[in-house]
Design a protein around this ligand. Structure first.
Ligand code: PEP
Ligand code: MG
Length: 883
């Protein structure tokens, strides 16, 4: 196997297609060299060597010695210098480079090849003794840190003392003699800390550095970074050995980093910083304040030190030409490192630049309009998840933040307000115009009004599909859930994190996009939906096949969803409507009723309210399909808890409190999620579904009458497992429809279908489709029931499951394609066999997750349904899935 690949001096053994083998940096260095850009010669040791290095107990095969020797010979041939030559030494850099960039995670050594002899040669050959000794001390410092792993604080301390002793402020004030003295101190430090003298043999230095770079792949921080960014541990890193070029050879030398376009705004203008007479790490380390690249940027910022355009016009002109060349070649915005050595430009790195969502949109659209890429490519390049950044107010990235703790990023967006610990207070204080953050151990449906009133929601318990998370996303309220380190005392109206205390009325900020919880307020910036966002969405709509609907149940949510481009309602959870205002008492009366008569009395109160709800929704969604799901309550969520609530229900129902309490105790369930919910409620108490169906059809007739445009209700039965259940429930719905149509003297087109939320329903889909006219995959419950993992309790252990690679991602966030996905495919296939044009959709939280949407495209579903704020994400993800 070949492990060493050369580049520079007219040779390129690899190219940009070889990222897997050569890492991103190595592949792009070879590519730049092959298109004739000025790249210092060097070679890359492949990632395969990294794998082998670990397989063989962290040692190298003999064959690598020969290959590296040939690589060094290549650099010597191109530069005309010799490695270790006392008169005019070749110096090299040794840098890591994985397939994807892992900024700051792995190791770099510069100026390698200096020792007590070659430093003198470098001084003579360069005619600059100060430069030579400065380079040597930098090398010892870096090598000691990265390769010998000695305490770098001691080296910095020695430098600070040297500056103090001489009365200097800046490193640049040190003279050749000062640096020489410091080198002697550094060498003594190495002996003291390492027990051996600093290695003088340049080949020992090289092998030490190569081993350190491979070794850094398994460093703790690199492992953590990989875990956070889903980078497999077996990819390995490559090692790049390259001739040094020097930005610190006086005032005609410089080093810098640049983007070919602005990575924050996307503006088509070069963006970057550089430093005269400096080496790479000086720019990043922030020792000196870097200067602007362009005159316009400098003037815009009102800065004094000359820009590169002004200070080094020739090198700048060359750099600008390279920028254009790179953009045309890579057809993307590039992130670049360069060095100017005595007026000559050298390219040290290029890669596709990281950018904000806003910049991603602008750059994609601009490049398509410049003819550099196609519209499809522009659509394909924007990360749908990043759109979140654009749809919600976000924290000002430049503002300081006092982070208390971190929970799950349950619903994106940022919010600041005073902490309150119950929904009543949330409502009361927000009514006075005060922004509030509702802080709860966990939320229940009774908190809906408090959540509505709040600017943001924070809970100590609950996962990504917990009640708080689902409802908050639906409302577009920022939410951080499951912040386990919070100790909340609702009675005392206080929460504690470690030694910090937040009392009711103290200001709190949450970032639902990162999960951060902060003390005090942090300024936010508002989103912008027109312009580039609108353009890209239009392009996306042009390529997608999947329809996109919304999960929504209030007129406001429906309107938001339509504004975001929803093409109908995919899930209207009617139980959420039952918590509005005074209805809860009637709902409780209905649940606690001893018999049908008692239930009907309560239902009569609810009917007009439900009808009004549906009228409002149908009006907003005129002409579009609306899937209304009949009641699916975990009953316990509706039961009264407090004495006053029992009293209220008792008086409404005209029965005694004690009787109610007995009934409530009867209704207690050990496992409500698998209890008397979904269509089981309709099967036992058909009058409930009858009332809801009646409300739906009465509302539809009324809207058709008023507006001339009839809605298309799709009545959906939840938690069906058998054909018979659906048959019974469909009969109830059809009967109500018939009755209403007879009364109103008009008929409305409608469908009756089912959710597929149970493995049995998926397997028996062929039978169920004989009755059901559509299927909607309720993947929250289908995940829960297929995996046998409670959606409300999963957060406690699923993190460990993901860490250990049992599931690649939280299966409640991103569909378990292998397991739950197979059930969906089975159900789709069997359903279609019975009813070829059966409508298929998904309405679990996965309907807004890009990876899950890609699966839905492959499975041939007709639509996905997501919470309103995720509709644009779903539109873009659906387009990408179709490309
Ligand atoms: C589901 O189970 O996926 C679903 C959409 O229903 P709910 O979340 O209301 O149980
Ligand atoms: Mg469900």
């Amino acid at each position: 196997t070949q492990y060493v690949y050369r580049f520079g001096g007219g040779v390129s053994d690899g190219g940009s297609g070889d990222k897997t083998l050569l890492g991103g940096k190595g592949a792009n260095l070879a590519e730049m060299a092959s298109i004739g850009l000025p790249v210092p010669p060097g070679f890359t040791i492949s990632t395969q060597m990294c794998t082998r290095y670990y397989e063989e107990g962290q040692s190298f095969p003999d064959s690598l010695r020969d290959e590296v020797a040939q690589g060094i010979a290549h650099i010597e041939g191109v530069t005309g210098k010799t490695f270790g030559d006392a008169a005019d030494p070749l110096l090299v850099s040794v840098r890591s480079g994985a397939r994807v960039s892992m900024p700051g995670m792995m190791d770099t050594v510069l100026n390698l090849g200096l020792n007590d002899q070659t430093v003198e040669g470098l001084a003579t050959a360069s005619g600059d003794a100060r430069f030579a000794w400065d380079s040597y001390r930098r090398f010892i410092q870096m090598y000691s840190d990265v390769v010998l792993e000695l305490d770098h604080g001691r080296f910095e301390e020695a430098l600070e003392i040297a500056k103090e002793d001489n009365g200097y402020n800046l490193d640049t004030e040190l003279t050749a003699e000062d640096w020489q003295k410091l080198v002697a101190e550094y060498k003594a430090l190495v002996e003291e800390l390492w027990g051996k003298p600093f290695p003088q043999d340049v080949h020992d230095q090289l092998w030490g550095a190569i081993g350190a770079v491979f070794g850094s792949w398994q460093a703790e921080r690199a492992k953590v970074y990989r875990r956070l960014n889903n980078i497999p541990g077996d990819w390995g890193t490559a090692v790049n050995v390259q001739a040094m070029v020097f930005g610190n050879m006086g005032d005609t030398s410089a080093t810098g980093v640049a983007f070919t376009r602005n990575p924050a705004t996307g503006e088509n203008a070069y963006y970057g910083e550089f430093l005269i007479n400096a080496q790479g790490e000086d720019v990043v380390a922030g020792i000196r304040t870097p200067q602007y690249l362009t005159k316009a940027a400098r003037e815009g910022a009102g800065a004094k030190p000359l820009s590169m355009e002004e200070a080094m016009p020739d090198a700048y002109g060359e750099l600008a030409a390279v920028f254009d060349r790179l953009e045309r070649h890579y057809r993307d915005m590039q992130d670049i490192e360069f060095t100017v050595q005595q007026g000559k430009l050298w390219m040290l790195q290029t890669r596709s630049g990281k950018r904000t969502a806003k910049a991603a949109l602008k750059i994609g659209i601009d490049m398509a309009e410049e003819g550099l890429i196609t519209r499809e490519e522009a659509v394909a390049r924007v990360d749908p998840a990043a759109l979140d950044q654009l749809l919600h107010p976000t924290l000002d990235p430049d503002a300081p933040r006092d982070v208390l703790t971190k929970g799950l990023p349950a619903s994106p967006g940022a919010a600041s307000g005073v902490a309150v610990f119950d929904s009543e207070t949330a409502e009361r204080r927000s009514a006075t115009g005060e922004p509030v953050i509702l802080v709860r151990v966990e939320t229940s449906p009774e908190d809906i009004h408090g959540m509505h009133a709040a600017k943001g929601i924070l809970t100590a318990r609950g996962g990504m599909t917990s009640h708080a998370a689902v409802v908050a996303r639906g409302m577009g309220r920022p939410c951080v859930s499951g912040a386990g380190s919070l100790a909340i005392d609702s009675r005392a109206r206080v929460m504690r994190v470690g030694t910090r205390e937040i009392r009711e009325g103290d200001t709190l900020t949450i970032d639902g996009s990162t999960g951060e919880v902060m003390a005090g307020s942090v300024p936010t910036v508002q989103p912008e939906l027109a312009g580039d966002f609108g353009t890209l969405m239009e392009w996306a709509d042009g390529v997608r096949r999947l329809k996109v609907r919304a999960n929504a149940e209030t007129p406001l949510d429906c309107r938001t969803a339509r504004d975001f481009g929803a093409e109908g309602i995919g899930l209207c959870r009617t139980e959420h409507m039952f918590f509005e205002g005074s209805r809860i008492t009637a709902v409780r009366q209905m649940i606690l009723a001893e018999d049908e008569k008692g239930r009907r009395a309560a239902l009569d109160k609810l009917l007009p309210e439900q009808r009004r709800d549906f009228i409002e929704i149908f009006e907003v969604m005129a002409g579009l399909p609306c899937t209304i799901r009949l009641l699916d309550p975990p009953l316990h969520e509706f039961l009264p808890h407090q004495e006053a609530e029992f009293a209220e229900v008792a008086s409404a129902a005209g029965v005694g409190v004690e009787q109610l309490k007995r009934r409530a105790a009867e209704l207690h369930e050990f496992n409500p999620m698998l209890g008397h919910r979904g269509c089981r409620l309709g099967v036992t108490y058909p009058e409930i579904y009858e009332m809801q169906a009646r409300a739906i059809f009465e509302a539809a007739c009324e809207v058709a009458e008023k507006s001339g445009e009839a809605p298309i209700p799709e009545v959906m039965i939840p938690l069906v497992g058998t054909r018979k259940e659906l048959e019974l429930m469909k009969a109830v719905v059809d009967k109500a429809a018939e009755a209403v149509f007879a009364e109103k003297g008009r008929t409305i087109e409608y469908l009756v279908g089912t959710m597929i939320e149970l493995p049995r329903a998926a397997l028996k889909a062929g039978e169920i489709a004989e009755v059901g006219e559509f299927f909607s995959f309720g993947t929250n419950d289908l995940t829960q029931t297929t995996l046998g993992v409670s959606r409300d309790d999963a957060a406690r252990f699923l993190g460990v499951y993901v860490d250990k690679g049992i599931y690649a991602r939280d299966p409640f966030v991103s569909l378990d394609v292998d397991g739950v996905g197979e059930l969906i495919e089975i159900a789709a296939e069997r359903g279609r066999k019975t009813r070829p044009n059966i409508k298929l959709g998904i309405c679990g939280e996965h309907g807004g997750d890009p990876a899950s949407i890609a699966f839905c495209e492959k499975a041939g579903l007709d639509y996905v349904s997501a919470s309103p704020y995720r509709v644009p994400i779903a539109r873009l993800a659906a387009a990408q899935a179709a490309l």
